[in-house]
Design a protein around this ligand. Sequence first.
Ligand SMILES: *[C@@H]1O[C@H](CO)[C@@H](O)[C@H](O)[C@H]1NC(C)=O
Ligand SMILES: *[C@@H]1O[C@H](CO)[C@@H](O)[C@H](O)[C@H]1NC(C)=O
Ligand SMILES: *[C@@H]1O[C@H](CO)[C@@H](O)[C@H](O)[C@H]1NC(C)=O
Ligand SMILES: *[C@@H]1O[C@H](CO)[C@@H](O)[C@H](O)[C@H]1NC(C)=O
Ligand SMILES: *[C@@H]1O[C@H](CO)[C@@H](O)[C@H](O)[C@H]1NC(C)=O
Ligand SMILES: *[C@@H]1O[C@H](CO)[C@@H](O)[C@H](O)[C@H]1NC(C)=O
Length: 391
Amino acid sequence: MSPIHSLLFAVAASTVSTLAIPILQPTDVLRLSPDGSFQLSIFSDLHFGEAEDTLWGPLQDVKSARVMNSVLDAENSTGLIVLNGDLITGENTFLHNSTKYLDAVVAPLVHRGMSWASTYGNHDSDFNISRQGIFEQESKYSLSRTKNMVSSSDAGVSNYYLPVYGNDSAVPGFLLWFFDSRGGNYFQQSSSSSKSVPQPNWVAQSVVDWFTETRSALEKKHNRVVPSVAFVHIPVNAMAAFQAQGVDTHREPGINDDNPLAQQGSASGQGDVSGAVFTYNGQDIPFMQALLDTKGLKAVFSGHDHGDDWCFRWDSKLKGMNLTGNGLDLCFDRRSGYGGYGSWTRGSRQVVLRKGKDEVQTWVRLEDGSISGKVTLNGTYGQDSYPSVKA
Ligand SMILES: *[C@@H]1O[C@H](CO)[C@@H](O)[C@H](O)[C@H]1NC(C)=O
Ligand SMILES: *[C@@H]1O[C@H](CO)[C@@H](O)[C@H](O)[C@H]1NC(C)=O
Ligand SMILES: *[C@@H]1O[C@H](CO)[C@@H](O)[C@H](O)[C@H]1NC(C)=O
Ligand SMILES: *[C@@H]1O[C@H](CO)[C@@H](O)[C@H](O)[C@H]1NC(C)=O
Ligand SMILES: *[C@@H]1O[C@H](CO)[C@@H](O)[C@H](O)[C@H]1NC(C)=O
Ligand SMILES: *[C@@H]1O[C@H](CO)[C@@H](O)[C@H](O)[C@H]1NC(C)=O
């Protein structure tokens, strides 16, 4: 480890609050709070390891760790951390130690004894880094809940679900679904025309098949529909179609600066590739269909577009799409890291699920301690008026 990284780890450790913090036992299953609620804190687009060959890069990592610490000091009821993709900026890392950045990403969580679950993003795959390698590094930590439940070679890695139990040890109160939207470039692959080979950036058909089969099997096993939420790094086409129709600053409060947003199936070049690498032609339709068909699925959370953090209710046929929404809520996270593009105030989306209540509470905790875009995804979300959000 270089001196600058030793410093980074020391800073991450020293900024940990000394307040009493509940320590999760790593082998425990996830549990609802006694009042039946469960809070998740999402860190999205942390982008550790960016521009490592400069002084600027490692300093961004220090700032990103500070964001995590300040959010976790304020949000002390959190039951699980979700790292929702682009943990590392893979195109800047070296082969010999690219996955070591994962240690810096999770240092603030390890120091608090908090468990986490990841999805991987497009920047987590590149010539010198693989999502499989990040997964192996994560798996060294007993606090990691990240899994790989789909073995097909085209599936990506971070496809799995986690149950959250109340007092009933047989039937979970909630299910959390995690999907790998892939993207970036293949590990150690090059072609005669390019130094890197792009990987498809949508949820693979093999994953959609696993999802629909597993969902049905769980429904049969529990003899009921268990309410759920889902996480996937790259947003689906419905978010782009809705944005094109118009995001309302009061009904869907949030920043909306990445317009048009980048979605699954559409990617411009990164690393050594220049120009468009994928053009959207409906690659995510099977995945969106599966999401709509999932009874009890309340909301899906995505990162990727650093300049957007609104939620919308997909309850109609959107222009340019054949699928018709049925009331599923789709939300952007707030970008948390100092690497990557844009200078919007960093923050973290908070999500509170409550057993027996058909609603999700969510807000963004900003780095400066303030709260932004607090909404209730209940029966009237999309019609309720909220204060607009400052960029
Ligand atoms: C990886 O190696 C590079 C160059 O050898 C070094 O500058 C960097 O700090 C190392 N990163 C980590 C996380 O150890
Ligand atoms: C579980 O049972 C305990 C003891 O009866 C009770 O205090 C608690 O509220 C229950 N938890 C949930 C999530 O229902
Ligand atoms: C948790 O945070 C709330 C407000 O943010 C504060 O009132 C409370 O004292 C904190 N609790 C602990 C155990 O740190
Ligand atoms: C990959 O890492 C090696 C050293 O570990 C470095 O020499 C090379 O430039 C890196 N390649 C890319 C494309 O970043
Ligand atoms: C919608 O369905 C029609 C008829 O099947 C098809 O031609 C068209 O390509 C579809 N459009 C999209 C965006 O999927
Ligand atoms: C949904 O939540 C909003 C904000 O708290 C509230 O104004 C509205 O009345 C709620 N709607 C329902 C159906 O509970």
